[in-house]
Write a protein that binds this ligand. Sequence first.
Ligand code: SF4
Ligand code: SF4
Ligand code: FES
Length: 319
Amino acid sequence: MAQITLDIFRFDEATDTVPHRDKVAVNVPPTTTVLDALEAAKAEVDGSISFRRSCRSAICGSCSMNINGVTGLACKTPCNTVMDENGVVSVDPMPNFQPMKDLVVHMDPFWDKYTRLKPYLQPKDKDSDHERERRVDPEDMKKLVQVANCVMCATCYALCPVVSVDPSFAGPAAIAYAYRFIEDVRDDQRGERIAQISDDYLWLCAHCYACSYCPKHVDPHDRIVDVKRAAIKDRVMMNERGPRHALVVNKTIRQTGMLQETEVIQGTVGRFNITGLIKVAPLGLRLASRGKLPPIFMKPIPKVDEIGIIFDALEVPVS
Ligand code: SF4
Ligand code: SF4
Ligand code: FES
């Protein structure tokens, strides 16, 4: 047995205006999970400590919290992997959520974005048209298995820096789950789903990879790339800045081997969007006054054809 001290964020929105912290010591085996250490603290020391949990097996997705500043599932995190040399483990509510009580947060924004997806199959035909269940070719199903493992724990959402600056962004889990239906051969709402998720600021994703840390290995970042590719392939909302920006970046790198920033700005804003171009003009003038205006024409790097071979191999869309 080892003595583990939990340094717990305490706050009750019903009675408190500011949070405080409590240190609670428990005797548990060092390999016990952070969740079981919290259960021991609640059972033996302070019954008012609040946190969500259900399965204790990384299945229900309830126990996501910040553990020593890193978001993850408490039931999947052994204390001896996170405690400091004094046996202390800090636990806090997930960031990007409003605390409700101690480690419990208001999940409504996360669920609202998920619900907007209509996260259920919408096939063209009726169940009654089939004598048995709709069968899917194993090859078609392979694409969906990984993302179907999502347990809606919101760890990725808590880790996303874009959610923290723009709460209207759908967030990684919702986009990954949109992919799950966009690529389902039984579903009949592919176009509507891509349009809806594009409308929920799909293109705001900054590809920082923070959401690649997923306790169920869903890897929502790669699914976001897949949804963006699907949007371009199906030509959905192509007048938006997001897809225009992606395409012009790809185009200039393919043509010159470098990012041709002047071309990227024009292509993103829109070459004939006079109002938009006037808005970015002050930026151009500031850059010019500091001698940092990127060149208007760029000579392709030597062997630029090899860049094209890479683009072809990765099937990068360029128009
Ligand atoms: S994608 Fe991963 S981290 Fe995000 S909600 Fe699903 S299981 Fe949790
Ligand atoms: S890759 Fe995109 S969705 Fe994932 S954390 Fe970064 S900005 Fe958020
Ligand atoms: S208690 Fe269910 S995922 Fe942790």
